[in-house]
Design a protein around this ligand. Structure first.
Ligand code: SF4
Length: 279
């Protein structure tokens, strides 16, 4: 008999829940708005909003509505100015954890630190952090990239994208220290929700034969969970929907673990569980 285990926390994270609540509140008030980028990296939720007339736009100029919603990833200050200059109102769903990363990065730059942002280059959240740091900040993902820089004698300030793994942060800080900087100041901008979810995924992956991560394939936090699962479970798969499940994945499995990314609707995780039970 196949045993299926779910972690305690597999619902939307606080920031995503907040963004969805804000969007629904405005929708119920009859507001007309677009979202700048997908409100969350989940095709089902994006479709649900599109069916209600809320379009995903890639730049403020594309919007024909009165208001624009900024999603939990946040945006650089120039984008906020652009929206205002077009005479549109902002529904700001930037996650407070992301705002903390903005403020920390700006503070480090204003205090004269050479800023390192640990994260994925060109990720919207990282672009936002860089924007709030007056366009400064060098984006690195690991210690190897730090080796390409010359930090000797510099005051180095470090923040990270909220979803970064602790391993990336430690690797970067170790590489920075090797370069004999004058000073290193690290502000922890990793999100505690992400950290709890990553820890729970690691513990679960160690106990199971197969680990299933449910979530958008473009979602940064979902991909981090998949990396952790691959490292600790004998087999791990990342799927967006139950339709991608393959019976052969479970042929020799006795215990299966399932979890979802921060932007995965809990019902998607439960649907995957239901289908695996039938398999
Ligand atoms: S993962 Fe963390 S930082 Fe990102 S939206 Fe959710 S709560 Fe906010």
């Amino acid at each position: 008999m196949l045993k299926i285990i779910l972690p305690d926390e597999y619902n939307f994270c606080f920031g995503v829940e907040r963004a969805l609540e804000l969007a629904r509140e405005h929708m119920n008030n009859g507001d007309s708005f677009d979202t700048l980028g997908e409100i969350i990296h989940n095709p089902h939720v994006v479709k649900e909003f599109e069916e209600k007339g809320i379009k995903v736009i890639n730049s403020p100029e594309e919007s024909t509505k009165r208001k624009i919603l900024i999603r939990s990833h946040g945006v650089p200050p120039e984008t906020i100015e652009k929206i205002k200059s077009l005479g549109k109102e902002i529904i700001d769903a930037t996650c407070p954890f992301v705002k903390h990363a903005h403020d920390s990065a700006r503070k480090l730059v204003e205090e004269g630190y050479f800023l390192l942002i640990i994260g994925k280059k060109y990720h919207p959240e990282v672009i936002g952090i860089q924007g709030h740091a007056h366009g400064k900040g060098c984006v690195v993902i690991n210690g190897e990239e730090v080796e390409q820089l010359n930090l000797r004698g510099k005051k180095v300030g470090i923040v990270s994208q909220t979803t970064m793994l602790l391993w990336n942060v430690q690797d970067v800080i170790t590489a920075v220290l090797k370069q004999n900087p004058k000073e290193v100041r690290y502000i922890n901008t990793r999100c505690s929700t992400t950290e709890r979810r990553q820890n729970a995924t690691r513990e679960l992956a160690k106990k199971v034969d197969v680990m299933i991560i449910v979530g958008g394939k473009h979602s940064s936090n979902t991909n981090r969970l998949y990396e952790i699962a691959k490292e600790h479970a004998p087999a791990a798969y990342l799927i967006e929907s139950y339709e991608e499940l393959k019976p052969e994945w479970f042929e020799k499995a006795r215990i299966v673990g399932i979890t979802g990314g921060a932007s995965t609707p809990p019902q998607d995780v439960l649907k995957v569980k239901e289908i695996i039970e039938k398999i």
